[in-house]
Design a protein around this ligand. Structure first.
Ligand code: FES
Length: 178
């Protein structure tokens, strides 16, 4: 009988209450935002569907081709794999936030244009973000470093991307000397 009582009063695993935060405050491209919707919403859908920032692309269910990369506190992260609940207090940079305040292109953006490293353009935002992360870590990357980036380009721009990243690295090094 005692067992029956326990069965009646125990909570099945699938109804264990989960605390829902009052809201999520984060900065995106230098602006403050407050998300009060579903904390499980992936950042990618928040950017694209809520904020209409559609530079960041869908890169597969698990971000396999890197088109959904953004910087979170300066490090590349998959926007499809990040629920909003993990972003409270974080700083997010998307491709829309790469240009300077006056709209001047980031050296990487300029280098991708100069080296013609853009085919259809679908993968380009992801490459730019991954390359920013790389140049934050390695100031003078070689082909081997660039080849570690997780991005996939179906238009076959990889060789041009290598040149673009190295060109941007050289420009940025010059900038730090000036
Ligand atoms: S430019 Fe088309 S997929 Fe890379």
């Amino acid at each position: 009988m005692a067992q029956d009582h326990a069965a009646l009063t125990s909570k099945p695993n699938d109804v264990t209450p989960v605390s829902v935060p009052a809201g999520i405050d984060l900065r995106i491209n230098g602006e403050q935002f407050h998300h009060s919707g579903d904390p499980a919403m992936p950042l990618l859908w928040y950017l694209r569907d809520v904020l209409q920032l559609d530079g960041t692309k869908y890169g597969g269910e698990h971000g396999e081709d890197g088109a959904d990369l953004v910087l979170v506190n300066g490090k590349a992260a998959s926007a499809i794999g990040l629920p909003m609940s993990k972003l409270d207090g974080k700083q997010v940079t998307t491709v829309e936030g790469m240009a300077d305040a006056k709209g001047g292109l980031h050296p990487l953006q300029q280098a991708f244009i100069d080296e013609d490293a853009i085919g259809c353009g679908y993968c380009t935002p992801g490459w730019l973000i991954a390359s920013m992360d790389l140049l934050n870590r390695i100031k003078d990357p070689g082909d081997n470093d660039i080849d570690t980036l997780p991005n996939l380009c179906r238009c076959g721009c990889q060789t041009r991307v290598r040149r673009a990243v190295k060109r941007a690295a050289a420009v940025m090094k010059q900038g730090t000397k000036a």
